[in-house]
Design a protein around this ligand. Sequence first.
Ligand code: FAD
Length: 293
Amino acid sequence: MKPTAFDYYAPSTLKGVLELKAQHGEDAKPLAGGQSLIPTMNFRVTQPSILVDLNAVDELRFIEGKDGDLRIGAMTTQNVVERSELVSDLQPLIAETIPYVAHPQIRNRGTFGGSLAHADPASELPAIALALNAKFKAVSLSGERWVEAQDFLITMFTVDLQPDEILAEIAFPNFPKTTGWSFMEVSRRMGDYAMAGVAALLSLDAAGKCEYARLVYLNVGDKAMDAVNAAGALVGEEINEESINAAAEIAGEEEIDPFGSVHASPEYQRHLSKVVTRRALREAHQRASNSVK
Ligand code: FAD
């Protein structure tokens, strides 16, 4: 199918984009990499009357580090983030996760901000942005505001952006070198959307017990699912097979809410979530142990 008719604008400045958003609001849909938007337009699920192409706006493409914090411009392609040494140095979880996002051809066009603004619960980037306590910079002609990840990612395909705003930048706070990390997912083929996946973070105290844990899941609910009880059950404990299994059970049975699909029933997604939890916690624990030696 072909999309319905639309007007097309390609401003070369952020101000030009924001003027169009101020004038047309929700009717003016930002076009980033087009890897999600264009298919939905072709299926006529989305029928914007105006497309505002962000690709000529160079000021939205950057990767910067300051005092351990990492800032990524919304229009930076996933491929550029994947190859950035600064990203792998400051935020290894991002570097390790990006190759799971679709295929290289899609990451060449798909943008970091586009995936986050799209907020597909099956996507990897919302889950890791939540796990890493990212902050989102929304801008309009009236100014800018920063939104915490848990507030920005409202629900499936819905984020905290007003009709006159766009997402300009995503900031990641300093990632302590003593934190162990892991990203694990299971998909039918490399590059497919995962049937279930998890981002795990873990740090240990001087006695080797868990002092911090985070478990955030993808594609097992209406948004990235933050399993706070499972992570909380690990804190103060030795990390061993018993505590790892207990956390996997809490997350898989009580905290996620999978819908199921043609590829996996909800029961199978719960099973996979427990499997990836165990694998991810073992790897995060290993990395945390290495860092405190
Ligand atoms: P677009 O498609 O251009 O935009 C998506 C939405 O976000 C639109 O509503 C648009 O208006 C809005 N938007 C974009 N940028 C902004 C902004 N700066 N401010 C406000 N709103 C904005 N993704 C995964 O995570 N995992 C996968 O495994 C995966 N597999 C895929 C497989 C295929 C075959 C395809 C085609 C895509 C796949 N994707 C997957 C999606 C891909 O990662 C997209 O790149 C991503 O979802 C959207 O990024 P984009 O830059 O293409 O955004």
